[in-house]
Design a binder for this molecule. Structure first.
Ligand SMILES: NC(=O)c1ccc[n+]([C@@H]2O[C@H](COP(=O)([O-])OP(=O)(O)OC[C@H]3O[C@@H](n4cnc5c(N)ncnc54)[C@H](OP(=O)(O)O)[C@@H]3O)[C@@H](O)[C@H]2O)c1
Length: 341
């Protein structure tokens, strides 16, 4: 992997403040306010990234709306904040330029182009974001489009983790529910690349799209009830929460796995039924998966699906698009200073 050439930012003085979108409470996109915040202070092993682009993910909209998976509401509020978010600057993935590094940092230098994944720690919806050098931060390959770099992580790492936990192997039949979303579109691509035979559940308007991503068979959920199909899938990956383990059981083959990607506590705790089981909970966040996605993107074997690109000033509109449940892939948000260049 060739890193993008470094630009020399060492001479550029850093501002003392930055703009950031802050969730002032739980609710709709109107709870978001553009505020001036102090620049994050970096420690000896930290990197400060000037954000070029980020996304508004399903994770961001869930946190903003306090829309935690079923059965996890109390736990979610206890963990994330009772009346408002403890970490009110959202943003799970980003790309940008290293603006400053701590005295002990060896892997990055000011001017390096990077891809970073705050994940559940969030913080990408700001002009600057702090990362530990050893965190989920990687060089951005030369020539990689900004919007691709911004949108690689959320869907891709989730899909990789669930496919790994399901032990998805070549030749298996996999059904993806929600194949046109950020996670679903990554699942279709990665499973097809692994040699699985992919069926996709989507609406009529997205059929051509999901076939182009690698689905061999498409089921329009407005026309066919997928739970009435014969038991033929080794894996049912539900990236919508449209099914439950119980509803998926009749269409799972012997040894089948139900991937409860958007499901709640019930699916996480569901006991196996004979040889069939449910796999749920949060996807793991690790830099090796992000690195694999970067390599695949460079090789042209994985491309995050992009729904739209909006300027930073319109970040609440990006949340509204995520709230719609209709986005096709990721809503990328580019920061103003980049657009002025
Ligand atoms: N467990 C984890 O760690 C983890 C990690 C990431 C995400 N998630 C969760 O996974 C879910 C999906 O995230 P995402 O980012 O992929 O969401 P997304 O991009 O907002 O998904 C939108 C897509 O869902 C499709 N859709 C909606 N209803 C559908 C239905 N009944 N059947 C089939 N497709 C349907 C829509 O297509 P149409 O317009 O064609 O209906 C749309 O393209 C979210 O609930 C998110 O919170 C969990």
């Amino acid at each position: 992997m060739t890193a993008a050439p470094s630009l020399d930012f060492r001479a550029a003085p850093l501002p003392s403040q930055m703009q950031a979108w802050v969730a002032t409470g739980y609710g709709g996109p109107d709870v978001l306010a553009l505020r001036h915040l102090p620049l994050p202070r970096i420690g000896a092993r930290d990197v400060l990234i000037r954000v070029e682009a980020t996304t508004v993910s399903a994770g961001d909209r869930r946190l903003r709306a306090s829309d935690f998976p079923t059965g996890m509401g109390l736990l979610g509020r206890a963990f994330c904040g009772v009346t408002r978010l403890r970490r009110p600057v959202l943003g799970t993935e980003l790309t940008g330029i290293v603006a400053a590094v701590g005295s002990a940092v060896t892997r990055f230098a000011p001017g390096d182009a990077v891809i970073a994944f705050p994940g559940a720690a969030v913080g990408g919806h700001a002009e600057y974001c702090r990362f530990a050098e050893t965190g989920m931060i990687l060089p951005r390959p030369a020539g990689m489009p900004i919007k691709t770099a911004a949108a690689l992580g959320f869907g891709g790492t989730t899909a990789m983790d669930f496919l790994r936990r399901a032990n998805c192997t070549a030749g298996e039949q996999l059904l993806v529910v929600g194949a046109s979303g950020t996670v679903g579109s990554a699942l279709v691509q990665l499973a097809a690349k692994a040699g699985a035979r992919v069926s996709a559940v989507t609406s009529s308007g997205n059929q051509v799209l999901v076939r182009a991503l690698g689905a061999e068979d498409v089921i329009d959920y407005a026309v066919r009830d997928v739970t009435a199909e014969p038991a033929r899938w080794d894996i049912v990956a539900d990236a919508v929460g449209a099914l439950t383990f119980a509803r998926a059981l009749p269409i799972l083959s012997e040894g089948g796995r139900y991937l409860s990607i958007a499901g709640g506590l019930g699916e996480l705790l569901a006991r196996p039924k004979g040889s069939r089981r449910s796999i749920g909970g949060p996807a793991s966040e690790n830099v090796a998966d992000l690195a694999a996605l970067v390599d695949m993107a460079v090789a042209g074997t994985f491309r995050p699906l992009i729904d739209s690109v909006l300027p930073f000033a319109r970040l609440p509109d990006a949340h509204a698009r995520a709230d719609s449940g209709r986005k096709r892939g990721s809503v990328v948000v580019r920061l103003d200073h980049i657009e002025r260049q």
